[in-house]
Structures are given as C-alpha cells and as structure tokens.
Design a protein around this ligand. Sequence first.
Ligand code: ARG
Length: 466
Amino acid sequence: MAQLWGGRFTKETDRLVYQFNASITFDRKFYEQDIEGSKAHAKMLGRQGIITEEEAARMVEALEGIRLDVASGALLVTEEYEDIHSFVEATLIKRIGDTGKKLHTGRSRNDQVALDMRLYTRRQVQETDALLKKLLETVLQIMEEHTQTVMPGFTHLQKAQPITLAHHMGAYFEMFKRDRQRMADIYERMNYCPLGSGALAGTTFPLDREYTAELLGFYGPTQNSMDGVSDRDYLIEFLSALATVMMHLSRFSEEIIIWNSNEYQFVEIDDAYSTGSSIMPQKKNPDIAELVRGKTGRVYGALLSLLTTMKGIPLAYNKDMQEDKELAFDAMDTAKGCLALFEGMLSTMKFNKAVMEKSASHGFTNATDAADYLVGRGVPFRDAHGIIGQIVLYCIEKGIAIDDMPLSELKRFSEAFEEDIYEAVSMEACVNKRLTAGAPGKAAMERAIAAARDYLKSTPQISTNA
Ligand code: ARG
C-alpha cells in the first residue's frame, strides 16, 4: 500500500478499504495523459518562478523517462499504488529525489484527475471521429456504385416503394454524418483546461493557467474552479453521442441480419466476417452484426450509470466521481471496436443486385406509381387509390404482379389505363421519376452523392494543437 497521504492518520488503512478505494487497476489507462499534464504543470511552475527552471527541466525530463519506460514495458504500473497519480509522483521522487516532491505544488488530485480524464476523453472523441469518417467513406463508395440497384424500401418491414441501394445507404450516411457533427460539437465545448482549479478553490500560488492550457492544446482554462473539478458533462455528452452511434450501428446491423437471412438473401457477408455453427454444417452466421446490436446495451448502460452517479453529487469533488471511469472506458472501447469491425464487414459484403431487384418488382412496390398514373389520366387520387387496391387484391388471388396483367384486364378496373402503363410502373421509372430533393431518382441521388463527397472533403478529422 503506497499512498500520498498519512500525516493525520494513526492507523493503517484496512486492506479491503484500500482496495475498494483504489483506482489504479483502471486509471493506469491514462498514464500518458497524467504525465503530459504533470509536464505542463512543472513547466509552468518553473516559468512562474514557483520552482527553479532547472528543477522544472529535471522534472520534465524524468517524467518523459517514466512515460517511455511505461510504454516500453520496462516500468510496470503495479497495484501497490492507490492510483496513477500516486504512481507517477512516487516514481518521480524515486528517480530524482527531493525535486520530485515539488511537483504537486499548487495542484490537487482533483484538478489532476479532471484534467487526465478530459485529455483522455478528448483523444477518444478524435479517434471515434476518425472511425466514423472511415465508415462514411465506405458507405459513400457503396452509394456511388449502386445508384441503379433497385430494391424494395420498407415500412413496417413490409415492401412499400422501390428505392435504390444508394438511397438506402444514403440514409446511413446522414446518420453517421450527424454523429461526426456531434463529435465536433463535444470537442468544441469540452476543450478547456481544468488544471489549476486546485482541490476546489484554486491556489495561493501564482499559477499561469493560460499557459498550461495552451501547452496542452486547450482553447483556454475553465472559468470556475469548483466547476473545473466537478464537471463531467463532456463525458456524459460523449457517452450520449456514443449511445447514438451504437443505436445507428445496431439498426444497420439488424437490417444486415435480415438481408443476410435465407429468406431475403439480399447480401452475403464475407467469410472473414461470418462464423459457423458447431453442430449445423450449413450455417454461416452474422455474428458480428449480432454482437454490434448486442453491445449497444453496454454503451447505453454506461451513459445511464454516469448520469445516475452525477445526479446526487454536491459541489465540488466527491469520491463518487471515480465511478466515471470503468464503464466509460468500456463504452469507448466497445463503440470504437464496433465501428471498426462494422466498417470491415460492410466494405467486404456482397450485394445481390438481382435478388434485390426481383424482390422490389414482386410485392406491389409500384402500386403508388400505378395510382399516380391514373391521377395523370384525370382520376382523383382517392379513387385511383381504391382502383389500385382492388387490382392488388385481384393480383394476390392470382399470384401475379400488376404489370403481369394484360391491358384488357386492367381496363376492366379503369378505362383510364393505356399501353404506357407498363413503362410507368416499371421499377426503373418508379425510382427515377422520384426526383424531389432527397429522393432516390438518379438525378436527385447524384446531387446527394456530390454533396456527401464535398462534405467528406471539407470536413477534416478533429485535431489538437498540442
Ligand atoms: N482516483 C480519483 C478519481 O478517480 C482521483 C482523485 C482523488 N481525489 C481525492 N480527493 N480523493 O476520482
């Protein structure tokens, strides 16, 4: 048990209490951020004359040495320390002696952990943004290749109207684009530095908070020291955005699972992204999509957990806040893992164009267009709707499609039908006549694709000036 305090205590901490209280098993994940923050703090202490420039330089060099040694595995972050902050400080003192004891001047673990968590989360926001961008590129590529791949569009999971695969993918493009926008928003709001907030009330030392903020790539210091140590809004916002990413991935997964089923066969998942059954030799299962769908619950759980933890905490720091880490880390790793795997699955997936097109043309997806045709011949829409409804019923009884009916039969339902009905209800016409902005028609879709391409070109990944 190695801890940073003890002066006012007359008894050793109970071992179970120590373990219950300790966070080293999970906060070692941000050792790099802890060291970066300490380096900035040491530089600032030197620059302000709170310690000498030489002392600051020794600290910075030794801290960098610790970082490299942990990274290479030469130095192990062991559980004998309470948390990563204690580990780094104790190791520094071991390496450079008394000078190391000056590092914590004007600093508290409260502003230290607030900084570490913010730096770590900021990095995660960037990495998530990069993964979303890659996924968007893959989705866009599928859109570009399939502007003429007709498939049924569904409502209530029932065939509704014909669309194209490009159009369907375009819906996901918009979702993941909004997810990226959320990342950028969160980054903008969170990129302020809590270091220098002290335990809660700042410090009597003349710290230069602007300087440490700048060294660490923040826009500036946070405005209120109480809020500085107790704000976890940025983390809640990020978990909420990740929950939304997962919701999108889960919906997409659900569709892929349906499309991959024996009944649909719209897609074939690549062997590298499928799994077999231990007993049924014929099986090729969409486990990756199912796992993505399943893991969504974990990410929702992390969001709910942190919201609940934070809701009862009086200002400023309380130990409850240590609970901001484990589930949040799990959610971040889970979401990133799912994004990467999903992109891999999507980019290797085969789309069965012929099956999709056949499915669209059997299922009365052109019924609305047939009604619209009658409207074009002067039949009021409500009457046209009724006429086509009767035709559909007739076709279902006969097991045929609308365009299988000869003109003479169609005329029995309405005199308004002419020879050009067949062209009007062909799948190509049904899709390509839908030209409202955002619709699947070729010209509209090409405009949407151009806009998507521009968006990806003009929106670089989030970067930090540190
Ligand atoms: N491990 C603690 C956390 O994660 C660090 C801050 C400790 N501060 C304190 N006053 N005990 O929140």
